[in-house]
Design a protein around this ligand. Structure first.
Ligand code: GDP
Length: 365
């Protein structure tokens, strides 16, 4: 499953956010919630389109799609050089596909700030520097190894590995993350194999007090937004303490609480969806009277591979897919009406599945 790592300095609200994410979903009746280990939680991806589909299809069962969040503690100044918990965090973060970087944009005299004061840009730089130093270390080691191997070899891939490692090392040396290096397709494959921390996409979660949340931010969040824009990264405003409260409310009270705030849904839902998008993920649906279900694919996935997400037999024996878009269901209100309007299609092996497609696969067994 695709994983998002939650990083940030101590006392910025990571665990509060992680607990809110996991406890909120514990109440989603349709999904068998599980915590894989104390720091890994499975979260359902909220999708208003799925709720709408169920209004028309009225299935017995609804199964949302999921993703995983990992609470990665232990990054402090000097961590890459062995400070604090040292670089134990590295092995956890390497396995993740994207990063939510929680930044403290709230002041609270009762909650100690590890660096002495609230200063989000400095905090961002501390974390990013640790990730960068850790990457520099692994790229240098890799370069030593691959250069030695490449010397006595005609293997083109090895030569490419050396070239890419050099480019990345140069960028890191200048303080740039690996994701900022422009690479062609082959080079990107080589980069992926390096499992670098600064190659992963980042979403900054600006954690504020409830008053600043209601106000849409503060001076600190403005600074973070400016920084993120320079880096080509996205931001999201959250109040993790409030999200934790909302998550613990019984569903009926949750609605009232959100209404009082003038919010349509918990901020966590936005966060989950942003992280999903950050991973380059899309959703298609299967929809019948027994079950409406959401499935996750990467952007640009063709129909047979999309079918393979359900079962490898579906991919192997793929014949065709019958399909319509969920927007057509909302517009025409029934499958028959979609057919009458000529919007019900039959697609083959080369069809690129779109976000929001409803698909029925025909396959040989
Ligand atoms: P972590 O070390 O980053 O995992 O931080 P925690 O989630 O454990 O939070 C540290 C402390 O900050 C806890 O006492 C939280 O209750 C508090 N905290 C978290 N988010 C907020 C917030 O949005 N506002 C305020 N005032 N306190 C918060």
């Amino acid at each position: 499953a695709l994983q998002v790592g939650i990083v940030g300095l101590p006392n910025v609200g990571k665990s509060t956010l992680f607990n809110a994410l996991t406890s909120a979903k514990a109440e989603a009746a349709n999904y068998p919630f599980c915590t894989i280990d104390p720091n890994v939680g499975v979260v359902t991806v909220p999708d208003p389109r799925m709720d709408k589909i169920t209004e028309f299809i009225k299935p017995q069962k609804v199964v949302p799609t999921t993703m995983e969040f990992v609470d990665i503690a232990g990054i402090v100044k000097g961590a890459s050089q062995g400070e604090g918990l040292g670089n134990q965090f590295l092995s956890h973060i390497r396995q993740t596909d994207a990063i939510v970087h929680v930044v403290r944009c709230f002041d609270d005299p009762n909650i100690i700030h590890v660096a002495g004061s609230v200063e989000p840009i400095r905090d961002i730089e501390i974390i990013n520097t640790e990730l960068l130093l850790a990457d520099l270390d692994s790229v240098e080691k890799r370069l030593q190894r691959t250069e030695k191997q490449a010397k006595n070899s005609t293997d083109k891939k090895l030569k490419l590995d050396v070239e890419v490692a050099k480019k990345i090392k140069e960028a890191l040396g200048k303080g740039l993350p690996a994701r900022a290096v422009v690479l062609d397709e082959m080079e990107q494959v080589a980069l992926k194999e390096m499992h670098l921390l600064t190659a992963k996409p980042v979403l900054y979660a600006m954690n504020v007090n409830d008053a600043d949340f209601a106000a849409g931010g503060n001076d600190w969040t403005k600074a973070v937004e400016a920084r993120a824009a320079e880096e080509n990264n996205k931001t999201i405003l959250i109040c993790s303490a409030m999200e934790a409260e909302i998550a613990l409310l019984p569903p009926e009270e949750r609605k009232d609480f959100l209404d009082a705030l003038g919010a349509e849904e918990p901020g966590l839902n936005r966060l989950i969806r942003e992280a999903y998008t950050l991973l380059g993920l899309q959703t298609y649906f299967t929809a019948g009277v027994t079950e409406v279900r959401a499935w996750t694919i990467r952007a640009n996935t063709k129909a047979p591979q999309a079918a393979g997400v359900i079962h490898s037999d579906f991919e192997r024996g793929f014949i065709k897919a019958e399909t319509y878009h969920c927007e057509d269901l909302f517009k025409y209100k029934s499958e028959q009406a979609i057919k009458d309007a000529g919007k019900y299609r039959i697609e083959g092996k080369e069809y690129v599945v779109k976000d929001g497609d409803v698909l029925f696969f025909k396959f040989n067994v």
